[in-house]
Design a protein around this ligand. Structure first.
Ligand SMILES: [Zn+2]
Length: 249
């Protein structure tokens, strides 16, 4: 039984490797985790700042502002964790299904599978004899790992744990959310919005810069976009808060 020729498509690992200079899968995956962490923190900063500045636009009541901020922080953290859990679980389910399929094919048609692996290495540019040798040795060592890596771009012994991913995004979000919570809570009432907007802009410049560096893209544009997006978010929620505050008050 012949299987889907996934070999002709670039695998996800290939595209990761273009970007991350170090040709080491662990470095690539650590970079991905780091980048996800920076993005999570960025989310925490923007959404919590939006809520506290929005409520501060409606009322000077510090208790109400802090309460809204805590609610925003908790809801955001839960939402990040749940979203990440669902998405990583779904991905892991489909990776497991693919690995199961591969396992069955290796059991039912080991020769066909060896030929398939050989052709994958030929297609990558190896001479037929060398491709045969490589495929043969990899198959003798760990046939399933060789097929999973070459055809699917996954490591069957290192699938992402959804609980870890959920915990990490929740933590990253909370770390980001703490900043606007602190500034809105501890700044003098007259300046609490100014201090929050300024420190949020500075923090977003930092996360924008960090994610650009991690992704090896130009930093200036990323910083401007990130700070601009955050300022826009706070401006919009402040305007809505002020409008609603006037009409309710
Ligand atoms: Zn295969």
């Amino acid at each position: 039984m012949s299987e889907v020729r996934a070999s002709e498509e670039p695998t996800p690992t290939d595209s990761n490797h273009d970007r991350a200079e170090p040709h080491d899968a662990n470095v690539g995956s650590r970079l991905n985790w780091l980048r996800a962490g920076v993005l999570g923190a960025n989310d925490g900063i923007v959404s919590t700042a939006g809520v506290v500045v929005g409520v501060a636009g409606a009322t000077a009541d510090k208790g109400a502002i802090v309460l809204a901020g805590i609610a925003a922080l908790s809801a955001g953290a839960m939402s990040m964790a749940a979203g990440e859990y669902v998405s990583v679980s779904t991905q892991r389910d489909s990776e497991r299904a693919l690995i199961e399929l591969e396992t069955r094919e290796l059991r039912e048609d080991p020769e066909g599978e060896l030929e398939e692996l050989t052709q994958i290495y030929e297609a990558k540019g190896m001479r037929r004899e060398l491709a045969e040798e490589v495929a043969g040795e990899l198959t003798a060592h760990d046939a399933l790992a060789a097929h999973a890596e070459a055809e699917l771009g996954i490591d069957p012994n290192d699938l992402t744990n959804p609980w870890h991913a959920a915990g990490a995004s929740m933590l990253a979000f909370v770390v980001g959310a703490i900043l606007p919570m602190l500034t809105i809570t501890f700044s003098p009432a007259t300046y609490r919005i100014h201090v929050t907007v300024l420190s949020v802009a500075a923090a977003l410049a930092l996360t924008g810069w960090a994610s650009a560096r991690l992704g090896r893209s130009p930093a200036t544009r990323a910083v401007l976009r990130n700070v601009g997006g955050g300022l826009l978010a706070m401006g919009v929620t402040y305007a809505i808060g002020a409008l609603v505050g006037v009409n309710l008050g």
